[in-house]
Design a protein around this ligand. Structure first.
Ligand code: AMP
Ligand code: MG
Length: 524
């Protein structure tokens, strides 16, 4: 079949073959100050670990096609899509509150942009496809463990309705990769309208490249925020948009107990997407100060700190836009929008989680009281809100599912009395409230232990054997003993997080005791 023009959507309602995909190179066309042409490093004998049907459909593909050896070769970085000019981009950033200087796509390659059936275009990146000009001390690779985590969480977040980069597939290979121990290589293919980060803008500001700074802002506005072009101050409007999206994103994270783990400015998306899944975690027992990243000893990125850190990151972005804004006051005005945007979104999310139709003055106190008892009892965050839907407004007969989560039942009883009074005050109707709550309080989230189980099976028994043998034999194939079924099963469960899925009840349960020793660090 003849190749389609890169700017033309190559289908008419039906799914297409991946061979028909043709890359555009919009971002690369900005030139080498932004995007450096970079070849991927081939990966011997790649195998498909998992693919996402929902993400594949964003490209008009059927995910079954991704196991085709030719598709696999592209997703491993061994072959190229027609028209693709892979590039790595330069950015900088603040890491753990400190200016880190130049970073860049150290292990991500942008393959290009592709038409999506919805009429937009999506960029496709390979993460872990080898060295780039920005790899610094790194090896350009990603390990199977962290790639499975990124794959599952991207798709789980999307199913929760949370803005995020998407993951098309994970491809593995036997190539040994050295982290704390020797692991094996994998490549995640990820999709987003744009992977631009706060750090891209910080880079051009800090290096005094103000013309490039303007070009990048113009690019972002033209491609992704075209409605702002005619604003009297488009750069300020762009900043306001990013600030508000970021605030709403973090409110959404808080509402499902998601902790990002590494909210450095280079991991903050200009489109308000969740990006760069590393040592993330979902709260199990509610601890407001939970730190999911083992490397974050100071707790800078704890659950409770996420909103303040997001705001701080917006300050870094705003600072870097001052040359375009003309004055610091313009930046400050835009930043004023963060708190109200966050508070409105946060209130609305938790109002819905509590099943309240109306917003009332004392609701903040009711919510604070709830956080207090949840924190005190380290009550499971996801299970609590799901079970709260069973509470009835005029008697205690539906209390026990939520109540049983508390060792200190009295603390629950005292709070639920207030909650019941609040429900009565708006004449809440039990059945419709339950349905509404179950549509916003997920039953299934990617708890650490669930990801860990899938990873252990995917790594296979041979890997444990190989680790004992040591590095000398590490290049031997370890193809047998690997079981990717759990990755796919988990993806399926998490793609319907609000549905009752009786056959998967065990995925909704409290973490087992062994999970308390799991630790996730920046190493990936
Ligand atoms: P992260 O903490 O994962 O957001 O990474 C921070 C920076 O280090 C980014 O610029 C990454 O591209 C880069 N990086 C992380 N791991 C590697 C690696 N294995 N090889 C090359 N660059 C890496
Ligand atoms: Mg990163």
């Amino acid at each position: 079949m003849a190749r389609m023009n890169a700017r033309q959507a190559p289908w008419s309602g039906n799914t297409l073959s991946w061979k028909q995909l043709e890359a555009g190179n919009d971002f690369a066309s900005l030139g080498s100050r932004f995007a450096v042409p970079t070849a991927s490093e081939p990966l011997a004998a790649p195998y498909l670990v998992a693919s996402s049907p929902a993400a594949a459909s964003l490209l008009g593909l059927d995910h079954g096609q991704l196991s085709d050896p030719d598709a696999l070769a592209i997703l491993a970085g061994n072959e190229r899509f027609a028209g693709s000019q892979p590039v790595a981009s330069v950015y900088s950033g603040h890491q753990f509150g400190v200016w880190a200087g130049q970073l860049g796509d150290g292990r991500a390659l942008l393959l290009g942009d592709f038409a999506s059936p919805d009429g937009g275009r999506l960029e496709l990146q390979l993460k872990g496809a080898g060295l780039t000009p920005f790899s610094r001390m790194g090896d350009g690779r990603a390990v199977l463990r962290s790639s499975i985590r990124e794959f599952l969480c991207s798709e789980a977040m999307a199913a929760l309705g949370i803005p995020t980069t998407r993951a098309l597939a994970v491809v593995g290979a036997d190539l040994p990769v050295f982290r704390e121990t020797v692991e094996t290589a994998a490549v995640v293919s990820r999709l987003a309208p744009s992977f631009l980060r706060f750090g891209h803008f910080e880079h051009f500001y800090r290096t005094g490249q103000h013309q490039e700074l303007r070009r990048l802002a113009d690019y972002l506005i033209a491609r992704f925020l075209p409605h702002l072009r005619d604003e009297p101050q488009p750069y300020q409007a762009m900043l306001v948009e990013v600030v508000c999206r970021t605030a709403r994103l973090v409110a959404h994270w808080q509402s499902v107990g998601f902790c990002h783990g590494v909210m450095n400015t280079d991991n903050m998306s200009m489109l308000g997407l969740t990006i760069d899944y590393g040592p993330f975690g979902f709260l199990d027992g509610f601890d407001a100060h939970h730190i999911c990243n083992h490397s974050d000893s100071g707790g800078r990125y704890s659950y409770a700190n996420q909103p303040a850190v997001a705001e701080w990151n917006c300050y870094c972005l705003a600072q870097s836009l001052v040359p375009l804004l003309g004055s610091v006051d313009e930046a400050k005005d835009a930043l004023q929008q963060f708190r109200p945007a966050f508070e409105d979104a946060f209130r609305a999310r938790f109002q819905a989680k509590l099943g309240l139709r109306e917003q009332r003055d004392a609701d903040d106190e009711l919510l604070d009281g709830l956080f207090g008892v949840l924190h005190q009892g380290r009550v499971d965050f996801t299970l609590f809100f799901r079970r709260l839907a069973e509470v009835r407004s005029n008697d205690s007969s539906g209390d026990s599912p939520a109540r049983d989560l508390f060792a200190d039942r009295e603390s629950f009883d005292a709070w639920v009395q207030r909650y019941r009074a609040r429900l009565m005050a708006e004449a809440s109707e039990d059945a419709s409230r339950r349905a509404a709550m179950n549509a916003v309080n997920p039953k299934y989230v990617l708890r650490n232990h669930l990801a860990e189980q899938a990873i252990r099976l995917a790594r296979g028994s041979d890997e444990r054997h190989r680790l004992q043998l040591g590095v000398a034999q590490a290049t031997e194939s370890l193809a047998s003993g690997q079981d990717f079924g759990e990755v796919t099963r988990l993806l399926r469960v998490l793609s319907k997080p609000f549905d009752e899925q009786p056959e998967f009840e065990q995925y909704a349960q409290l973490p087992p005791d062994w999970a308390s020793t799991l630790s996730v660090s920046c190493s990936s």
